[in-house]
Design a protein around this ligand. Structure first.
Ligand code: ZN
Length: 184
Protein backbone atom coordinates (compact mmCIF):
# COMPACT_ATOMS: atom_id res chain seq x y z
CA UNK A 1 0.00 0.00 0.00
CA UNK A 2 1.15 3.49 -0.66
CA UNK A 3 0.03 7.05 -0.44
CA UNK A 4 0.01 8.33 -4.00
CA UNK A 5 0.48 11.81 -5.31
CA UNK A 6 -2.76 13.62 -6.12
CA UNK A 7 -2.49 15.39 -9.45
CA UNK A 8 -3.81 18.92 -9.81
CA UNK A 9 -5.84 20.91 -12.32
CA UNK A 10 -3.76 21.42 -15.43
CA UNK A 11 -2.57 17.80 -15.53
CA UNK A 12 -3.96 16.31 -18.77
CA UNK A 13 -5.07 13.03 -17.15
CA UNK A 14 -7.75 14.97 -15.23
CA UNK A 15 -9.23 15.95 -18.59
CA UNK A 16 -9.38 12.45 -20.08
CA UNK A 17 -12.31 10.09 -19.97
CA UNK A 18 -11.32 7.11 -17.80
CA UNK A 19 -11.32 3.64 -19.35
CA UNK A 20 -14.02 1.23 -18.23
CA UNK A 21 -12.74 -1.55 -15.99
CA UNK A 22 -13.77 -4.94 -17.44
CA UNK A 23 -15.71 -6.95 -14.87
CA UNK A 24 -13.13 -9.78 -15.01
CA UNK A 25 -10.39 -7.37 -13.89
CA UNK A 26 -12.20 -6.03 -10.83
CA UNK A 27 -10.67 -8.62 -8.49
CA UNK A 28 -7.23 -8.62 -10.10
CA UNK A 29 -4.28 -7.93 -7.78
CA UNK A 30 -3.55 -4.69 -9.69
CA UNK A 31 -7.03 -3.27 -9.12
CA UNK A 32 -7.26 -4.50 -5.50
CA UNK A 33 -3.94 -2.83 -4.74
CA UNK A 34 -4.99 0.34 -6.59
CA UNK A 35 -8.14 0.58 -4.42
CA UNK A 36 -5.98 0.22 -1.28
CA UNK A 37 -3.70 3.01 -2.48
CA UNK A 38 -6.68 5.23 -3.26
CA UNK A 39 -8.17 4.61 0.18
CA UNK A 40 -4.90 5.43 1.94
CA UNK A 41 -4.34 8.50 -0.19
CA UNK A 42 -7.88 9.75 0.46
CA UNK A 43 -7.61 9.22 4.23
CA UNK A 44 -4.22 10.92 4.40
CA UNK A 45 -5.80 14.02 2.83
CA UNK A 46 -8.90 13.85 5.06
CA UNK A 47 -10.94 13.38 1.93
CA UNK A 48 -14.37 11.80 1.58
CA UNK A 49 -13.99 10.85 -2.06
CA UNK A 50 -11.31 10.16 -4.61
CA UNK A 51 -11.35 9.19 -8.27
CA UNK A 52 -8.63 7.06 -9.89
CA UNK A 53 -7.71 9.78 -12.45
CA UNK A 54 -6.75 12.01 -9.51
CA UNK A 55 -3.79 9.74 -8.84
CA UNK A 56 -3.01 9.52 -12.53
CA UNK A 57 -4.90 6.28 -13.30
CA UNK A 58 -7.27 6.93 -16.16
CA UNK A 59 -9.95 4.40 -15.15
CA UNK A 60 -13.67 4.43 -14.35
CA UNK A 61 -13.10 3.89 -10.63
CA UNK A 62 -13.91 6.10 -7.66
CA UNK A 63 -14.26 5.63 -3.91
CA UNK A 64 -16.45 7.48 -1.41
CA UNK A 65 -16.42 7.19 2.37
CA UNK A 66 -18.21 9.53 4.74
CA UNK A 67 -16.51 9.37 8.14
CA UNK A 68 -18.41 9.03 11.39
CA UNK A 69 -19.70 12.24 12.97
CA UNK A 70 -17.82 14.35 10.50
CA UNK A 71 -17.78 17.80 12.10
CA UNK A 72 -17.57 19.30 8.62
CA UNK A 73 -20.88 17.82 7.59
CA UNK A 74 -23.32 17.76 10.47
CA UNK A 75 -26.33 15.62 9.77
CA UNK A 76 -24.59 13.28 7.33
CA UNK A 77 -24.40 9.63 8.19
CA UNK A 78 -21.24 7.57 8.23
CA UNK A 79 -21.01 5.41 5.13
CA UNK A 80 -19.15 2.22 4.38
CA UNK A 81 -16.34 2.49 1.90
CA UNK A 82 -18.17 2.65 -1.41
CA UNK A 83 -16.19 1.36 -4.38
CA UNK A 84 -17.63 2.43 -7.70
CA UNK A 85 -16.70 1.01 -11.11
CA UNK A 86 -18.09 2.15 -14.47
CA UNK A 87 -20.92 4.30 -13.08
CA UNK A 88 -23.86 5.69 -15.01
CA UNK A 89 -25.92 8.60 -13.66
CA UNK A 90 -29.62 9.09 -14.36
CA UNK A 91 -31.18 12.36 -13.24
CA UNK A 92 -34.39 11.74 -11.30
CA UNK A 93 -35.19 15.35 -10.45
CA UNK A 94 -33.93 18.20 -12.56
CA UNK A 95 -34.34 20.63 -9.70
CA UNK A 96 -30.86 21.78 -8.73
CA UNK A 97 -29.17 22.19 -5.39
CA UNK A 98 -26.03 24.24 -4.81
CA UNK A 99 -22.94 23.54 -2.72
CA UNK A 100 -19.64 25.36 -2.36
CA UNK A 101 -17.40 22.53 -3.59
CA UNK A 102 -13.79 21.81 -2.88
CA UNK A 103 -11.59 19.32 -4.72
CA UNK A 104 -8.31 17.61 -3.80
CA UNK A 105 -7.08 18.44 -7.31
CA UNK A 106 -7.79 22.17 -6.78
CA UNK A 107 -6.30 22.61 -3.32
CA UNK A 108 -7.09 25.81 -1.46
CA UNK A 109 -10.07 26.77 -3.63
CA UNK A 110 -13.85 26.69 -3.38
CA UNK A 111 -16.50 27.20 -6.01
CA UNK A 112 -20.28 27.31 -5.97
CA UNK A 113 -21.82 24.60 -8.15
CA UNK A 114 -25.40 23.62 -8.78
CA UNK A 115 -26.25 20.02 -9.62
CA UNK A 116 -29.44 17.94 -9.89
CA UNK A 117 -30.61 17.13 -6.40
CA UNK A 118 -31.85 13.62 -7.04
CA UNK A 119 -30.12 10.97 -9.13
CA UNK A 120 -29.84 7.24 -9.64
CA UNK A 121 -26.37 5.76 -10.01
CA UNK A 122 -25.80 2.32 -11.52
CA UNK A 123 -22.36 0.82 -11.10
CA UNK A 124 -20.36 -2.30 -10.30
CA UNK A 125 -18.99 -2.77 -6.79
CA UNK A 126 -15.71 -4.39 -5.70
CA UNK A 127 -17.23 -7.85 -6.18
CA UNK A 128 -18.35 -7.08 -9.70
CA UNK A 129 -22.00 -6.95 -8.56
CA UNK A 130 -24.43 -4.50 -10.13
CA UNK A 131 -25.56 -1.85 -7.67
CA UNK A 132 -28.23 0.79 -8.16
CA UNK A 133 -28.54 3.63 -5.65
CA UNK A 134 -31.03 6.47 -5.46
CA UNK A 135 -29.36 9.48 -3.92
CA UNK A 136 -30.37 12.95 -2.89
CA UNK A 137 -28.91 15.89 -1.05
CA UNK A 138 -25.29 15.75 0.01
CA UNK A 139 -24.53 12.27 -1.37
CA UNK A 140 -26.03 13.16 -4.73
CA UNK A 141 -23.54 16.02 -5.04
CA UNK A 142 -20.60 13.91 -3.80
CA UNK A 143 -21.33 11.13 -6.32
CA UNK A 144 -21.73 13.59 -9.20
CA UNK A 145 -18.45 15.32 -8.29
CA UNK A 146 -16.57 11.98 -8.27
CA UNK A 147 -18.20 10.66 -11.43
CA UNK A 148 -17.34 13.90 -13.24
CA UNK A 149 -13.67 13.05 -12.58
CA UNK A 150 -14.16 9.77 -14.48
CA UNK A 151 -15.37 11.75 -17.47
CA UNK A 152 -12.61 14.34 -17.55
CA UNK A 153 -14.66 17.05 -15.84
CA UNK A 154 -13.86 19.31 -12.90
CA UNK A 155 -16.27 21.36 -10.80
CA UNK A 156 -15.06 24.59 -12.41
CA UNK A 157 -16.69 23.40 -15.66
CA UNK A 158 -20.06 23.48 -13.91
CA UNK A 159 -19.74 26.86 -12.21
CA UNK A 160 -22.12 29.49 -13.53
CA UNK A 161 -20.91 32.51 -11.57
CA UNK A 162 -17.16 33.24 -11.46
CA UNK A 163 -17.86 35.61 -8.58
CA UNK A 164 -18.58 32.54 -6.52
CA UNK A 165 -15.07 31.17 -6.90
CA UNK A 166 -12.81 31.79 -3.94
CA UNK A 167 -9.70 30.80 -2.04
CA UNK A 168 -10.63 28.69 0.98
CA UNK A 169 -9.43 31.31 3.44
CA UNK A 170 -11.57 34.03 1.86
CA UNK A 171 -14.43 31.57 1.52
CA UNK A 172 -14.29 30.93 5.28
CA UNK A 173 -14.24 34.65 5.97
CA UNK A 174 -16.79 36.00 3.53
CA UNK A 175 -18.91 33.23 2.02
CA UNK A 176 -19.31 30.43 4.54
CA UNK A 177 -22.84 31.58 5.39
CA UNK A 178 -23.87 31.43 1.73
CA UNK A 179 -25.13 27.87 1.72
CA UNK A 180 -23.78 24.43 2.34
CA UNK A 181 -20.34 23.23 1.42
CA UNK A 182 -18.67 20.02 0.43
CA UNK A 183 -14.98 19.36 0.09
CA UNK A 184 -13.77 16.19 -1.50
ZN1 ZN B 1 -12.57 16.48 -7.08
Amino acid sequence: MAIRKIIRMGHPVLRKEGKKVPIKNIKSPEIVSLIKDMHETMKSSDGIGLAAPQIGESLQLAIIEIPEDSPRYPGTKKSDLLIIFNPKVTILDKKNQGYWEGCLSLPGLRGYVERPRKIRVDFLNENGEEVSLKLEGFLSTVFQHEIDHLNGKLYVDRMKDPKKFSYTEEYDKYHSDEGENFSE
